[in-house]
Design a protein around this ligand. Structure first.
Ligand code: UDP
Length: 483
């Protein structure tokens, strides 16, 4: 192991793809910018997505590297930006173990979806920190439902109940809860493994910032008893245009065309529409969105990711599922820009022309919206997104709900039942993008949150201090080991 005077060495072991990989890469970069040595552990095919980003960091003097694991013979590198939370990554167990034995870092940050990782740590005695990818608020909501709500006593899926013991009055319905909260027989082994990983860890890193959800940050520590370092928004470490354009994946649209289109629009006039890296929507739902957007008469950028049709997930580019002539019409009258596959989300959100974000409320998208000062139309689908919606609309009051009521799986295997009609879309867009006093207030509130987000990550800010605090704690641990 390195001497006590040398920088702390932290390994970051992100999940493979999308909404979990992206913030962990940023977190590794943040820690490197605070003087630690960051090593990102990944597979060959995944490293392609962030190699350029890390090379630029190295050129800028950061001590950060990528280590690609050599996969066992006959083992497939399945993994890409669209792999889901249930993707089995246990073929990485042995190569990871070998690497840790050889290098003995001070600490490893592990994504919770590598649910088998606890087994490796047992043998090696290396400090482990868990990364769950979500914020403080959704943790508090889920934990309190799990502990204190007898869901079987609630007769209807649509009957609202109050989540007990929270700082705010939060109402949910059973239909909005993840299947594993509603039915304990679903994924019991996986949930047990997640729990064990948490128990074996020395704490958790949260991508949020104190001033966004102070009551819930306190709640996580005091009431849930979790040791947590709140270090975000980590997306703010992306300062150059290149970093923003290539984040996660190289964008399907080139930066210039995207910016030129936005530059031609008035301030706050464009709605950005995206459902994240994972969700696939059926064609019938996409049509409702298209009709709704057109009827709202506001300009938009719509990222159409994966879609599904007859239980088959397909690339959005491969099918012409939109209304007859819709795309051409939008192009002709310059109302809408449709991006297939991957958009430079940070670049778009930070543009002055963007005045709203229709989002599925993934935690990263939510945080990126508030950090860019953009109010939201909330359209949760899966994971903890319905809780995130409540934070946005009921606690922070910086968004309007589209009226999504049904928690669904992120993939096409299960039956889609959450179609939201065009009228809902049209009304929500008009409400957020119109010139009402309510919309103005939301805009003012979210700009203030964005200001606080920037302060949090600068020297003197809370998140900045928490990164340093974790580094100091690891140093103290190293000293104790040597004593
Ligand atoms: N993202 C992006 N371009 C896209 C789609 C997604 O850059 O076209 C990024 C987005 O900025 C965010 C992440 O992918 O950082 C999505 O994470 P989120 O938690 O919002 O949703 P998930 O993909 O996990 O459902």
């Amino acid at each position: 192991m390195v001497s006590t005077n040398e920088p702390i060495q932290i390994f970051f072991f992100p999940f493979v793809g999308g909404g979990h990989q992206i913030p962990m890469i940023d977190t590794a970069r943040v820690f490197a910018s605070h003087g630690s040595i960051s090593t990102i552990i990944t597979t060959p095919s995944n490293s392609i997505h962030f190699k350029n980003l890390i090379t630029r960091d190295q050129q800028n003097g950061l001590n950060i590297t990528i280590h690609t694991l050599t996969l066992p013979h006959n083992s497939v590198d399945i993994i890409d930006m669209f792999s889901g939370p249930m993707t089995d990554t246990s073929n990485l167990l042995e190569p990871l173990k070998q690497l840790l034995l050889l290098q003995q870092p001070d600490c490893i940050v592990v994504d919770m979806f590598h649910r088998w990782a606890g087994e490796v740590m047992d043998d090696l005695g290396i400090k482990m920190i868990v990364f769950t990818g979500n914020g403080c608020f959704p943790r508090c909501v889920h934990e309190n439902i799990r502990k204190h709500v007898q869901l079987e006593n609630i007769s209807s899926d649509y009957e609202p109940f109050i989540v007990p013991n929270l700082p705010d009055r939060i109402e949910m319905t059973k239909s909005q809860l993840p299947i594993f909260l509603r039915d304990h027989s679903v994924f019991p082994d996986r949930l047990k493994a997640f729990k064990q990983l948490e128990e074996k860890s020395f704490g958790t890193i949260i991508n949020s910032f104190y001033d966004l959800e102070p009551a819930y940050a306190d709640y996580v520590r005091k009431e849930l008893g979790q040791k947590a370092w709140i270090v975000g928004p980590v997306s703010l470490c992306n300062r150059s245009k290149e970093d923003k354009t290539e984040r996660g994946k190289v964008s399907t649209i080139d930066e210039k065309s995207c910016l030129n289109w936005l530059n031609s629009k008035k301030a706050n006039s464009v709605l950005y529409v995206s459902f994240g890296s994972l969700a696939s929507l059926p064609h019938e739902q996409l049509k409702e969105i298209a009709y709704g957007l057109e009827a709202s008469d506001h300009s938009f950028i719509w990222v159409v990711g994966k879609t599904f049709n007859s239980s088959k997930i397909e690339e959005s580019g491969s099918a012409n599922f939109l209304l007859d002539g819709f795309e051409e019409r939008m192009k002709e009258n310059e109302k809408g820009l449709i991006i297939r596959d991957w958009a430079p989300q940070l670049l778009i959100l930070e543009h002055v022309a963007v005045g709203g974000f229709l989002t599925h409320c993934g935690w990263n998208s939510t945080l990126e919206a508030v950090s860019s000062g953009v109010p939201m139309i909330t359209w949760p689908l899966s994971a903890e997104q319905f809780s995130n919606e409540k934070l946005v609309t009921d606690v922070l009051k910086v968004g309007v709900q589209v009226g999504s009521k049904e928690w669904v799986f992120w993939n096409a295997e299960t039956e889609w039942k959450g179609t939201v009609g065009r009228k809902n879309v049209e009304l929500a867009v008009k409400k957020l993008m119109g010139k009402s006093e309510e919309a103005e207030k939301m805009r003012t509130r979210v700009k203030e949150i964005a200001r606080k987000a920037r302060i949090a990550v600068e020297e003197g800010g809370t998140s900045y201090a928490e990164v340093d605090a974790l580094i100091e704690e690891l140093k103290a641990h190293r000293v104790a080991l040597k004593a």
